[in-house]
Design a protein around this ligand. Structure first.
Ligand SMILES: [Fe+2]
Ligand SMILES: [Fe+2]
Length: 183
């Protein structure tokens, strides 16, 4: 079921994430990846009448606490734990919705395909951006039928291959610039 966005300020969250982000924000696991994951997640969640806010927060947090651009064991757990520190300030999810976000972040690199539908959407939104590193996701590794549709895979692969800075990226970058000016 689609829940309303409540006081969700993606740019404020991004600002907080980037403050402690040790890698290049323009790196392969950085903001342009998060923006594509965000847009893919919103498309999947809207189409399946699932939780848009959890999909959005997953896009921002799942790689938010990486410490390298290679195999980084535990980065999903660190991202989930970081999100937990922002509950009540920048994140306002009920316990059950936050648990889904947390689980999705922790296990996003475990190759699982069975889970609650919104968790499946989160994982699909990340895997549909794999072509940015030369890996075309197999439909067998995707969770939802919506993600496996050829038109969805082609759309995602094209954006990923080009490492496209999608509209969400530009919107976030513009707002982040305002943060720097106001500080
Ligand atoms: Fe990751
Ligand atoms: Fe990712």
């Amino acid at each position: 079921m689609v829940e309303e966005f409540i006081e969700l300020n993606l740019e404020a969250i991004l600002h907080r994430i980037l403050k402690g982000y040790p890698l290049d924000p323009n790196g392969v696991h950085g903001m342009s990846h998060w923006a594509r994951v965000y847009e893919t997640g919103q498309r999947l969640a809207a189409g399946l009448n699932e939780d848009l806010e959890v999909a959005a927060l997953f896009a921002l947090f799942h790689d938010s606490r990486r410490v390298n651009e290679r195999i980084d064991y535990g980065h999903g757990q660190r991202g989930a734990d970081f999100a937990a520190t922002l509950r009540g300030s920048l994140i306002h999810l009920s316990d059950d919705r936050f648990e889904r976000l947390y689980f999705a972040c922790v296990h996003h690199t475990d190759g699982m395909t069975e889970a609650d539908p919104i968790i499946q959407i989160c994982w699909d939104s990340d895997r549909l951006d794999l072509a940015r590193v030369g890996v075309f996701p197999s439909p067998w590794l995707l969770c939802t039928e919506a993600a496996k549709k050829p038109e969805m895979m082609e759309w995602a692969n094209r954006r990923a291959l080009q490492r496209e800075c999608v509209p969400a990226y530009h919107q976030w970058a513009e707002k982040l610039g305002e943060f720097k000016i106001s500080e």
